[in-house]
Design a protein around this ligand. Structure first.
Ligand code: DGL
Length: 275
C-alpha cells in the first residue's frame, strides 16, 4: 500500500508545538513536518502572499504522498485555509484534505470559559483576518472575544530572545494591553503556534485565575475525532511511527532551534517548495 504520511506545516518552528502534541496522541502514524523558515514570519504578510506560500507547501506535501495536511499555523489557517479547501482542493484532488487550527480552538472555547470573556493573542495577520471572532461567534454567540496582535513575539521566539529582560518587556506590554481592553477575560487562546514557548512568561503577567488553553492539545484531540469520523482517511494514512523534518532554510540551524520546541534532537533536510 502507498505510504501516506500526515503533513504538518508551519511558517517556521511554531508548528512543532502542535506536532509534539499530535505525536503524543497519535504516535502510530507517519508524519512529515515542513517549516518555511526561509520566509518566516508570515504574520505581517498580505493575504495573497500567505495564500501563495501555503498553497506551495500543500502541493509539496501532496507531491510527497500526503493525503492529509494540517496547517499548524494560525496565520496560514486564517488567511489561506478556506481558499485552499474551496478553490484548490477540488481541482488538485477532491479526496485530499487540508485542516487548520482555528476551528478546533473555537470549538472548545465555549466549554472552557466560565464568564464568556475570552482573549486571543495572535499575529497581526490572524487578528486582522478576524477568523477567531467569526468562528467563535458561529458556535458561541454569547462570548465576548477580545484580540491583541503581538507582531514582535514570533521574531523573539524564532531568535530565542524571549526569556530575557527585552523579551519580558514585550510580553508584558501585550498581556497588559489585552487585559486593559477587557479585564473580565478568564480564558485565553494562544492563537499562534509559536506562543506556547512564552506561556510561562505570559502567565506571570496575567491575573492569577486566567486560564491559557494549549492549542497543541486541542488540535491533537480534534485530529483523533477527525480520524474516528473519517475511517477512509484513517486507513489511507500510513502507520510506521516515523517523522521526517524539512525546512526551507538551513537544516543545521533548524535542528538546533527545533530542540527548544520539541525537547529532542532531530535531523532535518532542506526542501524547496513547489511553485
Ligand atoms: N506560527 C504561526 C502562527 O501560528 C505564524 C508565525 C508567523 O510566521 O508569523 O500564526
Amino acid at each position: 500500500m502507498k505510504k501516506s504520511p500526515i503533513g504538518v506545516f508551519d511558517s517556521g518552528y511554531g508548528g512543532l508545538t502542535v506536532l509534539k502534541s499530535i505525536k503524543q496522541r497519535l504516535p502510530e502514524y507517519d508524519y512529515i513536518y515542513i517549516g518555511d523558515n526561509a520566509r518566516t514570519p508570515y504574520g505581517n504578510r498580505s493575504f495573497e502572499t500567505v495564500y501563495d506560500y501555503t498553497l506551495q507547501a500543500v502541493k509539496t506535501f501532496f507531491d510527497m504522498g500526503c493525503e492529509l495536511v494540517i496547517l499548524a499555523c494560525n496565520t496560514a489557517s486564517a488567511k489561506a485555509l478556506r481558499s485552499i479547501q474551496q478553490k484548490d482542493l477540488p481541482l488538485i484532488d477532491p479526496h485530499k484534505r487540508v485542516l487548520g487550527v482555528i476551528r478546533p480552538s473555537a470549538e472548545i472555547i465555549g466549554t472552557e470559559t466560565r464568564n464568556n470573556h475570552v482573549g486571543i493573542f495572535g499575529t497581526p495577520g490572524t487578528v486582522n483576518s478576524e477568523s477567531y471572532l467569526i468562528e467563535i461567534a458561529k458556535l458561541f454567540p454569547a462570548i465576548t472575544v477580545t484580540q491583541e496582535a503581538c507582531p514582535i513575539w514570533v521574531p523573539l521566539i524564532e531568535n530565542n530572545q524571549f526569556d530575557n529582560e527585552g523579551g519580558h518587556f514585550f510580553v508584558k506590554q501585550h498581556v497588559t494591553a489585552l487585559i486593559e481592553k477587557d479585564p473580565k477575560i478568564d480564558t485565553i487562546i494562544l492563537g499562534c503556534t509559536h506562543y506556547p514557548l512564552l506561556q510561562n512568561i505570559i502567565q506571570q503577567y496575567l491575573p492569577k485565575q486566567t486560564k491559557i488553553l494549549s492549542q497543541g492539545e486541542l488540535v491533537a484531540n480534534s485530529l483523533v475525532q477527525y480520524m474516528q469520523r473519517h475511517p477512509e482517511m484513517e486507513k489511507s494514512c500510513s502507520k510506521g511511527g516515523s517523522v521526517h523534518f524539512y525546512t526551507t532554510d538551513d537544516p543545521s540551524i533548524f535542528d538546533e532551534r527545533a530542540k527548544i520546541f520539541l525537547g529532542e534532537n532531530i535531523k532535518s533536510k532542506r526542501i524547496k517548495l513547489l511553485t
